[in-house]
Design a protein around this ligand. Structure first.
Ligand code: FAD
Length: 397
């Protein structure tokens, strides 16, 4: 395993850190306040600055305006961007757009790339990924997929209901998973669907624990006899479940990178209060019960960081298929550590921690979704246990 960053990547990482600390964090609250008023002048200004600084869409190839980074490079940069909840959006590599760009890059026809990938890479449009459905449809178990795409002359007609399509309300296009046969392995197909195609209704953005933030709004969408032509199919009919796996392994790892950045910043922010607030005759930082929390959190972050680097390195060196169980471990571990670190930060700051004078309460409401989205903890644990019980997982890598 080689996690060392090249000098160029170290320099790039430092530039991203300086951009996040110097430009994004000071304007974070302004961006969020504007967003609540449906305005985005500050966000657009930051995005223009990120582009001018040559830090735009770093995961994409240079031909599409990116930096041509591999997964290790993404890891180095996304952790830094994740230190701010608006960081990924500023650099045009937020979820789900970043995963969708990677999927289109790998599987879409030239015509689809020109129509959707190019403007997405330029930051002119947004996208959504529509797999999850209300019960009894696809959720933790994607084979429950109920949305159907029936073959007709020249294309398909899609009927069904989706929800939790993050950003689906404002997206220009959706990547929709629909059933094209009843086979559990080859029964699903992914389609690139114009969000404003006839027959699509944006029913609502589902209200959730976290306040709305930028494009992180959970759209409920109705597909009533929506026609898509044959060339809307990604990769091939019946490839949907395989593509979902191929998209989700690296996509869930990029979540981990961002979450690690936020957890690290949270711990950093705790230092100030612990070093200043006195209680029972000494600084909070001098109480061993507080020190225990800090030690645990630091250890969890360090372990999560190494797990993420390990998976990134596996994918980069051609071991993506074998990375699946490790990526499940990493995703559950990092999602949980983010929740614990934020919960501890709230506790450590007392009433102020619970207030909106500090960001932890808001961050916690978003972090809680990490244990459900992209597969709930339990489903990942099923994958891990299956591999361990089959004797296929080398734990002492
Ligand atoms: C903020 C947020 C954003 C999301 N964004 C998207 C998106 O952009 N696109 C998209 O398609 N989906 C998205 N999702 C949906 C997400 O992927 C699903 O919520 C997730 O896959 C779980 O499906 P479900 O909610 O239907 O839960 P269910 O399938 O109803 O499962 C409910 C619970 O049952 C338990 N469970 C399920 N299976 C097992 C098992 N085998 N063993 C033990 N326990 C089990 C788990 O605790 C699980 O949480 C998002 C979800 C959230 C919260």
């Amino acid at each position: 395993m080689d996690f060392a960053l090249s000098p160029e990547l170290s320099e790039l990482r430092q530039r991203v850190r300086e951009f996040v600390d110097g430009r994004i964090i000071p304007r974070e609250e302004a961006v969020l306040a504007e967003d609540a008023r449906n305005e985005r002048a500050s966000l657009d200004a930051l995005r223009a600055e990120a582009r001018a600084a040559g830090l735009w869409t770093p995961h994409l190839p240079r031909a599409l305006g990116g930096l041509g980074l591999g997964v290790m490079g993404m890891c180095a940069l996304f952790r830094e961007m994740g230190r701010s909840p608006i960081g990924a959006k500023v650099f045009n590599c937020d979820a789900p757009d970043q995963g969708n760009m990677d999927l289109l890059l790998a599987t879409a026809s030239d015509a689809l790339k020109a129509k959707y990938l190019a403007p997405l890479a330029r930051g002119e449009i947004t996208s959504a990924f529509s797999m999850t459905e209300p019960a009894p449809g696809a959720g933790a178990d994607p084979t429950n997929l109920k949305t159907r795409a029936d073959k007709v002359d020249g294309g398909f007609r899609i009927r069904g209901k989706k929800w939790f399509s993050t950003g689906g309300g404002k997206a220009a296009f959706l990547i929709v998973m629909a059933r094209t046969s009843d086979d559990d392995k080859t029964g699903a197909t992914m389609f690139v669907v114009d969000r404003h195609a006839k027959g699509i209704t944006h029913v609502r953005d589902v209200p959730v624990l976290a306040p709305d933030m930028l494009d992180h709004r959970e759209a409920e969408l109705l597909f009533d006899d929506v026609f898509v032509s044959d060339d809307a199919v990604l990769k091939g009919v019946g490839e949907g479940f395989r593509l979902a796996q191929a998209r989700l392994v690296p996509a869930r790892l990029t979540h981990c990178m961002r979450w690690l950045g936020l957890a690290d910043r949270t711990l950093e922010l705790c230092r100030e209060y612990l070093g200043a607030r006195r209680s029972f005759g000494k600084l909070l930082a001098e109480h061993q019960l507080v020190q225990q929390k800090i030690a645990e959190d630091a250890t969890l972050i360090h372990a999560g960081n190494l797990m993420t680097l390990h998976c990134a390195w596996m994918i980069e060196t051609g071991g993506a298929k074998d990375a699946r169980a490790y990526s499940s471990m990493t995703k559950t571990h990092v999602a949980r550590l983010l929740c614990k670190v934020l919960d501890d930060a709230i506790q450590i700051h007392g009433a102020k921690g619970y207030s909106h004078d500090l960001p932890f309460a808001r961050w916690y409401t978003s972090a809680r979704a990490a244990r459900i989205a992209d597969g709930p903890d339990e489903v990942h644990e099923v994958v891990i246990a299956r591999e361990v019980l089959a004797g296929r997982l080398n734990l002492l890598v």
